[in-house]
Design a protein around this ligand. Structure first.
Ligand SMILES: [Zn+2]
Length: 193
């Protein structure tokens, strides 16, 4: 064995140690924070119900992803659940409606709030059956999956490949389901395990 080989070997080991430290510095805290914040802040005695009854296919998970459409963020702040236009959306827990309206990339949106948690339903139907201030019971129908295209929204910056305005940053009807705890997005699947 030459000393050159050992030198190379040591450099390799140092590089691997550096790599592990580097990765854990950047990704470790993000993952840990999400879990710590979730477990210290959420009422786990509540049994949360799935927001789109009968539709369980996750077409895009929470976290980092490739861009499916221009304007969508590379960090996906919620779950995309595949469901056709008109599908019922239900309250995942008791709460209060704190927002209904068109919200940029989210398109037509409903926000259900309870204590420090904000639950958002995006790309919904503009035909709202709830309004801000409504007290909602778990399982109650609060809206419907919206269409891909919506017309007449002032300031809407989202369009499909044919130039028609879309219901936020979307390529077709689905529910984007987002959960914030103390203002920070968490993986919504944590509610259902
Ligand atoms: Zn989404």
């Amino acid at each position: 064995m030459s000393s050159g080989f050992f030198k190379f070997f040591y450099i390799l080991i140092f590089f691997l140690i550096f790599l592990v430290i580097f990765i854990s510095c950047f990704f470790g805290p993000v993952i840990l924070e999400d879990y710590e914040e979730f477990y210290s802040s959420i009422d786990l005695s509540v049994e949360y119900v799935w927001p789109a009854p009968g539709y369980t296919t996750i077409t895009s998970p929470f976290g980092y992803r490739d861009l499916p459409t221009a304007g969508a963020t590379s960090y996906h702040s919620g779950l995309d659940i595949g469901a056709p236009e008109g599908s019922k959306l239900i309250a995942t827990c008791d709460g209060e409606i704190t927002f209904t309206g068109f919200l940029g990339g989210g398109g037509y949106t409903i926000t259900l709030s309870v204590e420090n948690m904000r639950i958002t339903y995006c790309h919904v139907s503009p035909t709202y059956i709830v309004k801000e201030g409504d007290k909602i019971k778990k399982g109650q129908v609060i809206g419907f999956v919206g269409p891909k295209n919506v017309y007449g929204v002032p300031g809407n910056q989202y369009f499909d490949e044919n130039g028609n305005p879309t219901n936020g940053a979307t390529t077709g009807p689905h529910l984007h389901f987002g959960v914030r705890v103390d203002g920070k997005y968490i993986n919504p699947l944590l509610l259902f395990q």
